[in-house]
Design a protein around this ligand. Sequence first.
Ligand SMILES: [Zn+2]
Length: 149
Amino acid sequence: MSVTFFSPQAPKVLQDEFECFRSVNGSCESSCPHCRGEGKVRFYGHEGEFNLSNANARAVLAAIHEDPEELVGGWVPEQLSDVRGRILRMLNSERKRNAHTRAPVVLEAPGKPRMYGAGLNEGMLKCRLEALLSLICKAQENRGEVVWS
Ligand SMILES: [Zn+2]
């Protein structure tokens, strides 16, 4: 599972495009439910949106003093300056980021498939906090909110 952070007021932008799997020689029937006959399947998202694994979303939320169990939430425009301040304080302190890292884990049990849990180091957390900061800055320009789910 993953969590998407975005600003609903941000403009929609093309995020990904690929040839429709039903197309023949680049074209499709106009009734195709995947591409409506365009031969290309396109995915749009809100400018600045990004996805995090549930575990990384929890780490980011905890780092900025939000409830890490609330994987659905949002901030109205009036809250964004305060959130921005909390992100900047975390970005300015490697020591504080280190408190929210996670070592990779491998779970093994006889007769069961091996399970890997990806880790999160301080640099990876910094990168995700920067993405959130950028999203918030854009939302503030648009007088928009930021939501996650
Ligand atoms: Zn198609």
